[in-house]
Design a protein around this ligand. Structure first.
Ligand code: LLP
Length: 485
């Protein structure tokens, strides 16, 4: 490796922690610019165990405070209130680019399709568009977000196991590229809608390959006992291929499966890919199915806690590309275009949640509860899946972690916890705690339980913070209610 030190600027702006990509007609090189204050900051960052979990621009100042995207986190809370979700634009864009380069270097004809259920927001959708990614939606609401961002219809795909007629009509009217069919009812419904709209709709068929990805039961989707997908094992998948191919208004582009999420192992992907490609070859022989496109879904894991880190993107890409190539070779198929659908791995690391500590209660010999001003209303994952999170003391990230505590929320449930048995400095009322890796599936699964308002969300970049979603108000909570006599 060659190094070059100095101050780098574009349009008068200092570059720090940027990923630059230079393209020419003969190839491209990517360059990572490290922060200028970097050496001292890197040493301070390496003193905190959550370094790999936080956004890539996270740094610790000389006076031991956490900053993200060049913004001091305490200053952000003073400006935008608490709890606060902070998304780092550079991490988000960096993940998009890493996905594109990791996959296209292994398998050039790959579409990276951001699964917007992980975090659907027009600003994020615009960034996804600018990065040239595709995007998937699962409801009319997520379509509305895509439309609000002016997201190109030709890079949208519609998933979901029970899409309604109205949702399908809206999607077809918007000119959506493809729709992934997930039930026999939908084969009929969508073909009717396509006939009414006078289009031949491109579709994928969602299959269930009966393969266990060894993740939480509630987020496993490719096993036999699942509401998702046509099962290959029961024969439904074959019937679905036959029925869909018989509809003139549907153009069957290919096959899809999604095993679950998050998947920390590589083998379930290759096992399922082989099985589905074998099925595709059977369907070619029996019904003339042409597999133009193939999708092994998403599910790529991220680090939530420092002791459980996932495979790298490159490893996922290699496993998937190798399995497709060898499967196609084995079953005599032409290599299809590949679509992968990361949600969590695109936005998860980019976002942190920041809370303020209220009460601290110690039950001697039992546990210390540290209560914060959010909880299961903005992040139900610990309560629902037993998900583990790390906790960073924002005002003193490198201080010795001398106390084991349980961080709980403010909701009226004993199951309202955010992080059990985490080590922190002696907790203090008023201090800020950050949960890294909170960018995916936290706010999207948020509720107004206890009539609690949802937090504000800011996007940070190069020292600037912009509101992406304002904090909810009591008027928002009451807006839909009717005060009957
Ligand atoms: N494709 C399909 C068809 C999916 O159903 C999903 C996620 C994805 C892609 C994206 O998966 P990802 O890359 O984000 O893992 N609420 C759960 C996650 C549910 C995921 C549902 N489907 C959680 O908080 O862990």
């Amino acid at each position: 490796m060659r190094t070059c030190e100095g101050l780098f600027q574009i349009d008068g702006q200092n570059l720090a922690n940027d990923n630059l990509l230079f393209r020419s007609t003969t190839g491209s090189i990517s360059i990572k610019i490290h922060p200028q204050e970097s050496r001292a900051q890197n040493i301070r960052m390496s003193n905190i165990p959550e370094q790999e979990l936080l956004p890539t621009t996270a740094s610790v100042s000389e006076d031991d405070r956490l900053s993200i995207g060049g913004c001091d986190v305490r200053d952000l809370v003073e400006e935008f209130g608490s709890p606060l979700y902070v998304y780092d634009e550079q991490t988000l864009r960096g993940m998009c680019r890493d996905f594109v380069s990791s996959f296209t270097s292994e398998y050039p004809r790959t579409r990276i399709e951001y699964s917007s259920k992980a975090f659907a927001n027009p600003t994020v959708a615009k960034i996804i568009d600018e990065e040239g990614l595709y995007m998937d939606i699962v409801t009319g609401g997520e379509l509305a977000v895509a439309i609000a961002a002016n997201f190109p219809a030709e890079r949208l795909n519609f998933h979901g196991n029970n899409k309604g007629r109205e949702e399908l009509v809206e999607a077809v009217n918007y000119g959506i590229d493809s729709i992934t069919i997930d039930s026999f009812a939908e084969i009929d419904l969508l073909s009717e809608v396509a006939v009414e709209q006078g289009v031949r709709q491109k579709v994928m068929l969602r299959l269930s390959p009966s393969i266990d990805p060894h993740t939480h039961m509630l987020t496993s989707t490719g096993i036999l006992d699942s509401k998702f997908g046509f099962s290959i094992e029961t024969g439904d998948a074959e019937t679905a291929v036959e029925q869909a191919l018989a509809k003139d208004s549907l153009e069957v582009e290919g096959l899809h499966f999604h095993l679950g999420s998050p998947i920390f192992e590589l083998e379930p992907y290759s096992e399922a890919i082989d099985y589905v490609l074998q099925f595709a070859a059977n369907m070619r022989d029996k019904y003339g199915l042409v597999l133009k496109r193939f999708s092994p879904g998403g599910g790529f894991a991220i680090g939530y806690v420092a002791d459980t880190l996932p495979p790298s993107m490159g490893e996922y890409a290699k496993e998937i590309a190798t399995a497709i190539r060898s499967g196609c070779d084995r079953y005599g198929l032409d290599e299809p275009e590949l679509t992968v659908e990361p949600g969590r791995a695109i936005v998860g690391r980019a976002g942190i949640a920041v809370y303020t500590v209220g009460g601290v209660k110690t039950i001697p010999g039992v546990r210390t509860y540290v209560s914060v001003d959010g909880g299961m209303g903005d992040n139900i994952r610990p309560a629902l899946y037993g998900a583990r999170y790390a906790v960073v003391p924002v005002d003193r990230p490198t201080a010795p972690r001398t106390r084991t505590v349980t961080v709980v929320g403010k909701f009226c449930e004993s199951g309202d916890f955010l992080a059990r048995d985490v080590d922190l400095p002696e907790p203090e009322t008023g201090e800020l705690l950050a949960l890294p890796a909170s960018g995916a599936y936290c706010l999207m699964m948020a509720s107004n339980y206890n009539m609690q308002t949802r937090p504000a969300v800011v996007l940070v970049n190069n020292g600037k913070a912009r509101l992406m979603r304002r904090r909810e108000t009591y008027s928002d909570l009451l807006a839909g209610t009717l005060n009957l006599d």
